[in-house]
Ligand binder design. Structure first.
Ligand code: TXA
Ligand code: MG
Length: 332
């Protein structure tokens, strides 16, 4: 299949392809999604095949209007309505009991479904046009860094999907926050672009699921798989890039560094391939650039990537969660 690069002009064609059971990648405010008609079992099966995604990892259903959530869920607790009013459209996925209308593979056989209304005009237009929810995981091959540009999607999925709608780089750069509303106290299953601090302004209590990596049955099944890794090893920097470099000198030909802007000159002087995570002390900026940085350094042919750590506050939680998975615990 030749993958078509699409834009706003091609929405009619993209809609027809989705309704015919094909896959269309589209931009959201977080990362690019790989969309299929969430009511079509065969179309959803293609998502799992194409990504190489384990079938026990459920997909998020994307809707274009708050009202549409009622078509999917069995019950809508008042806390969900409050959160939707505050954060939708936006990077918050709510886990709710479903009513069985979606293809069963979307929810991987669970009683619950993840629903979100993305904050991106192209995504909203596309979903509206199809008049049905779109199941969409991040549009990367399973295990790779999530795509934040149409080019990233093309690198991973060219020839395997009908089309990719190009909406430029995404603004958040990390995926949505996944919040489970089916337990008595809401639980953050995946930290993301909406922070715990923001949720706490609305909710009396919010829990965080412990690092579920070691568990066989984490509540967000996706959290147990290898994730976000480029083809070169990624190490988290323990103290400073300078100290990590001292350990590595002579061991690697080409070292890549992902760090904030203050390291640009130092990296240049030391002939290190460098990707700028943006202004100093901004976990928001670091989150926005993390996946793109991993892919960019990989493309430059580095042998190892060193990445800066951030305090686990606000967006720093999402950043560190993704980085820890990309490094699989490697610290230098
Ligand atoms: O920002 C995002 O959420 C992006 C864009 C495309 O919307 N999508 C995304 O999808 O990140 P994906 O499939 O890469 O990650 C979905 C996560 C997985 O960890 C999955 O296990 C969890 O959400 N999830 C989905 N449905 C769930 C459910 N019913 N119960 C618990 N976790 C669920
Ligand atoms: Mg993903």
């Amino acid at each position: 299949m030749q993958t078509k690069l699409m834009d706003l002009e091609d929405l009619e064609e993209a809609k027809a392809a989705l309704l015919a059971g094909e896959l269309i990648a589209f931009p959201t405010e977080t990362v690019y999604g790989l969309g299929a008609d969430a009511t079509n079992e065969q179309a959803v099966a293609k998502i799992f095949q194409t990504k190489g995604r384990p079938s026990d990892n459920p997909l998020i259903a994307h809707i274009a209007s708050k009202n549409d959530v009622k078509r999917i869920v069995a019950e809508l607790p008042s806390v969900a309505t409050v959160l939707m009013d505050q954060f939708w459209p936006g990077p918050l996925t709510l886990i709710l009991k479903h009513n069985g209308t979606l293809a069963s593979s979307v929810t991987a056989g669970l009683e619950t479904v993840g629903v979100r209304m993305p904050d991106h005009p192209l995504a909203l237009e596309l979903i509206k046009a199809t008049e049905r929810p779109l199941a969409a995981p991040s549009a990367n091959r399973s295990g790779r860094p999530s795509p934040t540009t149409a080019e990233h999607v093309y690198e991973d999925l060219a020839g395997k999907v009908y089309g990719i709608i190009d909406g430029g780089p995404t603004s958040c750069g990390v995926e949505s926050t996944v919040l489970d509303l089916t337990s008595s106290v809401p639980v953050i299953l995946r930290p993301g672009a909406i922070t715990k601090e923001e949720l706490e302004q609305i909710l009396p209590e919010v829990k965080e699921s412990q690092d579920t990596d070691q568990l066989d049955h984490p509540k967000a099944p996706g959290m147990k798989y290898k994730h976000y890794s480029p083809s070169v090893p990624v190490w988290m920097i323990e103290e400073t890039p300078q100290k990590s470099m001292d350990h590595l000198r002579g061991k690697y030909d080409k070292i890549g560094l992902l760090a904030d802007h203050s390291y640009q000159e130092w990296a240049y002087e030391n002939q290190i391939a460098y990707y700028d995570l943006g202004v100093q002390d901004s976990p928001e900026s670091a989150s926005q650039h993390l996946f793109a940085g991993l892919r960019a350094l990989e493309k430059q042919g580095v042998d190892i990537i060193l990445a800066q750590r951030y305090p686990e506050i606000r967006s720093g939680k999402a950043y560190m969660n993704r980085l820890k998975k990309a490094t699989a615990g490697k610290i230098i």
